[in-house]
Design a protein around this ligand. Structure first.
Ligand SMILES: [Mg+2]
Length: 251
């Protein structure tokens, strides 16, 4: 592990429970890691979600100059500079693209019969995140227990993903499973592999000097794309596994 120069983490299911803040224990471990190495989080959420879930939970003295944020599945990169988060790039979707994607999502929801937009949800079901549009079956603020119970075997997300992808030109858009109830669409070729490549380039390291830690590395999972890079990969099943990995990196 000594040759590692960058440790990258998935967020939901790896550093925190879905949409929940980091525990103080996890925040403390991450801050200690940032004293020794560069660290990054790459996940489907928007920047505002990253700030709330991660950055606001870190100890005040955390070394943020060693920390990188890649929201919207790597479609954007932020680094900390002179007291603020500076955008290095963002692969924005145009308004026209957003319209096409939203129409495909609504059509796919109707075709699969899995989401009824006439019924109330926990917050917005379709969220525009700049570089990504996200469909959340139960709404953005659904309780975690309901989210976990909605699609435990991934079957609903597979069906929705396939129906959305079918309605969008594959040369222009990438469609994949996001969190436990969600589907993410970005510009074609934008995924976690893209984000990893861009970050390694930015800080001038080889991909093989980076480690990626995530809980959805299986085929079709939202971490699978990282296998397209030369980064080292460590699978976790839960937050406890992640704590053990950070602890071993610190020892
Ligand atoms: Mg995850």
């Amino acid at each position: 592990m000594e040759n590692l120069k960058l440790i990258m983490f998935d967020l939901d299911g790896t550093l925190a429970e879905s949409k929940q803040p980091l525990t103080s224990e996890m925040a403390g471990l991450l801050a200690r890691l940032m004293e020794k190495k560069r660290a990054a989080v790459i996940s489907g959420g928007a920047l505002s979600q990253f700030l709330k879930q991660i950055v606001d939970q870190l100890p005040k003295k955390a070394n943020l100059s060693n920390f990188y944020l890649l929201p919207t599945s790597g479609a954007a990169l932020y680094e900390y500079n002179a007291g603020e988060w500076k955008k290095i790039y963002e692969e924005q979707l145009s308004l026209k693209d957003v319209g096409l994607i939203e129409a495909a999502m609504r059509d796919a929801a109707a075709a699969t019969g899995l989401i009824d937009f006439s019924k109330p949800a926990y917050g917005e079901r379709i969220e525009h995140r700049g570089a990504q549009v996200t469909l959340s079956a139960l709404g953005q603020q659904a309780p975690i227990d309901e989210k976990k119970a909605w699609d435990p075997d991934h079957a609903k997300r597979y069906a929705l993903r396939a129906q959305i992808a079918e309605r969008l030109p594959a040369s222009e858009f990438s469609t994949r499973m996001g969190g436990s109830t969600s589907i993410d669409v970005t510009k074609h070729g934008i995924d976690k592999a893209y984000g990893i490549r861009k970050l390694c380039e930015r800080i001038g390291i080889f991909e093989s000097e980076a480690l990626y830690v995530g809980d959805e590395l299986q085929a079709g999972g939202n971490d699978e794309a990282v296998y397209k890079t030369d980064a080292q990969v460590q699978a976790v099943s839960n937050l406890e596994d992640t704590k053990k990995i950070i602890a071993s990196l610190l020892s």
